[in-house]
Structures are given as structure tokens and as C-alpha cells.
Ligand binder design. Structure first.
Ligand SMILES: O=C(O)/C=C/C(=O)CC(=O)CC(=O)O
Ligand SMILES: [Ca+2]
Ligand SMILES: [Mg+2]
Length: 394
């Protein structure tokens, strides 16, 4: 038997217990839970084959009651002894995409981000569109290109047209950007024709991850009218490898900002699901921004209610992201297009003036929140490096 030790101040204490999918050399990927700097092999530790699978989906499909029971079982287990061979140092395992991604939706829930992008993309219009305070605006993204942290991102090619140019040219994006977001993973799906209410959010959603919605701004600004983001974003979306259960976020729950006008009844929550999550963005190892999730106007419960109010079904593994997290201050902006105001106000990164991403650049987004034990819990990070464009000439 092995006794687990949790370092003092660890962001992965017993009040966190995030799930991931890991492998050791020569063994198939399976579900693990992170405790301190260790990964506990749940199939071995709990003797349940639902965890001997390469994704969290089968476990998530078992539903909320089972998620609560397993969390209690794990707490008991790791407070005592864990069977030998069921514990691995986190540095010795490979972490995989933790769930099979179904549909992917991206919202636009930060008022600060939406207003800033409005000013940058549509300088002649009001910063916020008339619908923005009535519904959580979103678009359907591409679930098949969601990748786990650590996956390299090849610079996308596409049609680009700068404002002064008469016609588009084809080639590698010159304005490759990030978007720091939180993502929510549906655990138990819902039937077509059965909207999910705001108050059923915790029953349906298994947990949260950090998302980087890589965005090619030059491709985006040319293609997006009138149907919205398409190839400028669908080439890759990165997620962190640990899914923090919603059950671990009780102490992080806060009110959303005042919503005025009052939302329609289907968007009303008995108690708001704002989240007091602090995010940080590092560009080539230097922190450039600290986006505050608590500033998000729409809650993830409202997003789920909106996404299903027309009767659209959901499935285990569906992912929906919050939209870029930006606060009111400059140092709280979650995208480089905002941070550098369209590339016109470079930021200093390791002594260089930088605007958009260059080949070889690496971005890491991390997040923490208050835990139920009085300290903080961590989401880990989502990291990705930009590789040069391949295969496509101009
Ligand atoms: O305002 C626009 O035209 C575009 C906005 C975005 O690119 C943002 C988006 O993907 C949603 C978000 O992350 O907030
Ligand atoms: Ca986005
Ligand atoms: Mg994307």
C-alpha cells in the first residue's frame, strides 16, 4: 500500500480532485484523478472498469448521483492507503484529451471583450449589438479539432484581406491570436425537444476546463460577415487536461454582474452560477494578463439554458466555452488583439515589442479558484506552441 502525501499549499488538495486521462509507457490510456503531485489510477484503486477507458464519457454518462458517490469514495481512499501500482507521479505520465468531444459551442459572455472587439472590428457601429444583453451570443465551433494542452498548433493558412487591400490573398495568417476562456463539459445529455433549465446546470454539467480558442484575426475579419466565426477559429482549440468537477467549485460560486435589462424567464437562475476564477496568461514564459472570470456577464448555467431552449439536445462530452475572459483593466484582457489594441500598441515580452503570435511562440493559460477547504484549487494549465504553416503556398 502507498500513502499519498499532498504538499502544503497544493492546488490539488482533497477539495479539488480533478479527473483526467493518462497513460504510462506501454499501457493504454485510462482515467485518473489528480491528488497533489500524483495521479491515482481509478480502475485499479476502485476496481471499477468504467475508469479503464480512454475517455471520461462512460463515467460522466452515469450521472450526477454517481459523480457525488465516486468523489466520496476517492476522498476516503486517498485519505488512507492506496494500492501499490495505482499511484504515479504526475511528471511520469502522458496526459490525453480527457473526454471525447461532442459538439462544441463558443459563447461571447464578457461584456468587456465584446465591447472591445466591437470597437476593433466594427468601429462605425455601437460596441455592443442590440441582442447582447438579452441573450448569451454564441456560435457553433468544430468539436473534432479540440486538442489537449501541449499539442503544437500549426499556423493556419487562409484568405486574408487587410482593410487597405482591394482583394484577398491566400497564405499563412499574419494575425494569429489566443483567447483565454473557461470551458464547460456536459456530463449527462438531454433529449431533443427538452430544454435544460438554468437550475439543472449542476445536474447536467460534469466540470470545467481552461480553453484557448486560437484565432486567426485576419482570416476572421474577412470571412465572418454575416454568419460569424468559421475558418479563422476552427483549425484548433486547446483544452487543459484536468476536468475540475463542478462539485469542487461550490466555494467559487458568486453572483454574476447585475443583468440589466432583466433576462427573460428561461434565463433566470434561482442562485447565480458566476465563478470567482482567476486566470493568468503567459506569453513565452512572461505573464501578460490576468483575466478575471467573475466579471463574465452571462453564467454557464444561462449558456446551457440558452443553448437548449429551442429543443436542441446535448450529449456527454459536449463542450461549451464561455468566450474570451476580459476584465475592465488593460492587464485583464484575454486576447492579444485587445491587449495590443488591434496590433497598434505592442506589449513587452522578454524585452521585445510584440503584437500577434510568431512561429515558435508558446502560450500558457492557467486558472485557480477558492476551494471548499479555505485555500485555493487549480485547473492546471492549457499550453500550446505555434509551428510554421505547412503545405500551402500563396
Ligand atoms: O466580435 C466579433 O466579431 C468576434 C468576436 C470573437 O472573435 C470572439 C469569440 O470567439 C467569442 C469569444 O471568445 O468571446
Ligand atoms: Ca472564442
Ligand atoms: Mg478555436
Amino acid at each position: 500500500m502507498t500513502t499519498l502525501t499532498i504538499p502544503d499549499g497544493s492546488l490539488f488538495g482533497l477539495d479539488n480532485l480533478p479527473y483526467g486521462v493518462f497513460s504510462t509507457p506501454g499501457a493504454a490510456p485510462r482515467v485518473g484523478v489528480r491528488v497533489g503531485d500524483s495521479v491515482v489510477d481509478l480502475a485499479r484503486a476502485l476496481g471499477d472498469d468504467v475508469f479503464a477507458r480512454p475517455t471520461l464519457n462512460p463515467f460522466m454518462e452515469q450521472g450526477h448521483r454517481r459523480w457525488t458517490a465516486v468523489r466520496e469514495q476517492i476522498t476516503e481512499l486517498v485519505s488512507g492507503d492506496v494500492p501499490d501500482g495505482a499511484v504515479h507521479p504526475v511528471g511520469a505520465v502522458t496526459l490525453h484529451l480527457p473526454f471525447r468531444v461532442g459538439d462544441y459551442v463558443d459563447f461571447y459572455a464578457s461584456e468587456h471583450h465584446a465591447a472591445n472587439l466591437g470597437r476593433l472590428f466594427r468601429p462605425d457601429a455601437a460596441p455592443l449589438m442590440p441582442n447582447w444583453k438579452h441573450l448569451p451570443v454564441g456560435y457553433h465551433g468544430r468539436g473534432g479539432t479540440v486538442v489537449v494542452s501541449g499539442t503544437d498548433i500549426v499556423r493556419p493558412c487562409g484568405q486574408r484581406k487587410a482593410p487597405g487591400e482591394a482583394a484577398p490573398t491566400f497564405g499563412p495568417s499574419r494575425r494569429l491570436d489566443i483567447e483565454a476562456e473557461m470551458g464547460f463539459v456536459v456530463g449527462t445529455g438531454s433529449e431533443q425537444g427538452s430544454p435544460v433549465s438554468c437550475d439543472d446546470f449542476a445536474e447536467r454539467v460534469f466540470g470545467a476546463v481552461i480553453v484557448n480558442d486560437w484565432s486567426a484575426r485576419d482570416i476572421q475579419s474577412w470571412e465572418y460577415v454575416p454568419l460569424g466565426p468559421f475558418l479563422g477559429k476552427s483549425f484548433a482549440t486547446s483544452v487543459s487536461p484536468w476536468v475540475v468537477p463542478l462539485l469542487a467549485l461550490e466555494a467559487a460560486r458568486v453572483d454574476t454582474p447585475v443583468q440589466d435589462p432583466r433576462p427573460l424567464p428561461y434565463l433566470r437562475e434561482s442562485r447565480a452560477w458566476g465563478l470567482d476564477v482567476d486566470m493568468a496568461v503567459e506569453w513565452n514564459g512572461q505573464e501578460v494578463s490576468r483575466p478575471p472570470y467573475r466579471e463574465m456577464y452571462w453564467s454557464p448555467a444561462q449558456m446551457l439554458a440558452h443553448m437548449t431552449v429551442n429543443g436542441a439536445s446535448t450529449r456527454a462530452g459536449d463542450l461549451y466555452a464561455s468566450g474570451t475572459v476580459s476584465g475592465p483593466e488593460k492587464g485583464q484582457r484575454g486576447a492579444f488583439i485587445e491587449l495590443t489594441w488591434g496590433g497598434g500598441e505592442p506589449v513587452g515580452v522578454n524585452g521585445e515589442e510584440r503584437t500577434f503570435l510568431r512561429d515558435g511562440d508558446e502560450v500558457a493559460i492557467s486558472a485557480t479558484a477558492p476551494g471548499t477547504a479555505g485555500g485555493r484549487i487549480g485547473f492546471g494549465e492549457v499550453r500550446g506552441r505555434v509551428l510554421p504553416a505547412t503545405g500551402a503556398g500563396e
